[in-house]
Design a protein around this ligand. Structure first.
Ligand code: SF4
Length: 316
């Protein structure tokens, strides 16, 4: 196993009395050379979890182990420098994640210069190489971000993360700001890089069919907690948790022919506020199968099939 969290929590204090439970006790393992897809509605804590995993957010409690080493709860500047060689992130919005005043050469080459292990004269060659690898060309390095399309900017973001040759990359909704026609290209590029470089990826997204396509395993998050995880096809075709079932029902089909016969069942209500949460199942207010004790007793993790777990009282 490459990375593991145990009961990871990330809370934010709001004023003196309120606590926002963004991530509230997530235990997860990611194997080497695996793509784990993490899904859930906006506000479920996916991005916060991804950032806490690689030290971009401090942890409130719990542990993260990377390659057998316990990562610090709060990274210092030296920790960031040390671990950024191996732990990288590709951000959601290719428009705001690239500095508009920097050229592509400076953006993509910055990480190498910070690491200090590549001579300045060699950085240009490395940037040219990586621009080619992500489907751009070396001539693009003197241009600025505004001269590119959304899909091209995301490729620049991917080159920036990959040039360091990391071992683990958090891809935080890397396709949601892109046109549908470009999404598959970027996903295929990530898969290719995973195979070529032996990468391990956490792929965060809300498009379940795309996550199933790209991932080996899938985990579903609701209001800061994991509700289901397992092999991607098992979770997608045989979802067990009421939330996962509704999420998949509400997910548009990529195939127009299947889409015509798809019966939408929207998830009722909105995700509850993650402020000052108490005991009980977080999904109780929206669950069509809610029982009386769901509101007071937090469900345990139950194994329902090989490597497939669910957090719901229906399975205990
Ligand atoms: Fe629904 Fe209860 Fe299961 Fe929560 S624990 S998902 S409320 S049945």
């Amino acid at each position: 196993m490459l990375i593991e969290t145990k009961d990871l929590k990330k809370h934010f204090q709001i004023g003196r009395k309120q606590t926002l439970h963004a991530v509230d006790g997530v235990s997860l393992q990611i194997e080497e050379n695996e793509i784990l897809g993490l899904v859930g509605e906006s506000g479920s804590g996916k991005s916060t979890f991804g950032k806490a995993l690689i030290g971009l957010h401090s942890r409130t409690s719990g542990t993260t182990t990377y390659n057998g080493q316990l990562l610090p709860a709060k990274f210092t500047a030296a920790d960031h420098l040390q671990y950024s060689k191996e732990l990288q992130m590709i951000f959601q919005d290719p428009y705001s994640s690239l500095n508009p005043r920097m050229t592509v050469l400076d953006i993509v080459g910055e990480g190498l210069l910070i690491q200090g292990q590549t001579k300045r004269s060699e950085v240009k060659d490395q940037v040219a190489l990586w621009l080619e690898k992500v489907g751009l060309n070396a001539d693009h390095m003197s241009r600025y971000p505004h001269e590119f399309s959304g899909g091209q900017r995301q490729r620049i973001g991917i080159a920036r993360a990959m040039i360091i040759q990391p071992r683990f990359v958090v891809c935080d909704e890397p396709i949601s700001a892109l046109d549908v026609s470009v999404q598959a290209q970027v996903v295929n590029l990530l898969e290719q890089l995973k195979q070529d470089l032996g990468l391990t990826l956490l792929f965060i997204a809300h498009d379940l069919s795309m996550v199933r396509y790209v991932s080996d395993r899938m985990a579903v998050m609701y209001l800061g907690s994991l509700v289901e995880s397992g092999p991607a096809d098992d979770v997608f075709f045989n979802p067990q948790h009421p939330y996962t079932q509704l999420l998949i029902e509400a997910n548009p089909e990529p195939d127009p022919e299947t889409e015509r016969h798809h019966k939408y069942v929207p998830i009722i209500g909105e995700i509850t506020s993650p402020i000052n949460l108490g005991a009980g199942c977080r999904f109780a207010d929206r669950c069509p199968k809610v029982m009386s004790h769901c509101r007071s007793v937090t469900p345990k993790t139950t194994v329902v099939a090989a490597k497939h777990t669910v957090n719901c009282h229906l399975f205990e």
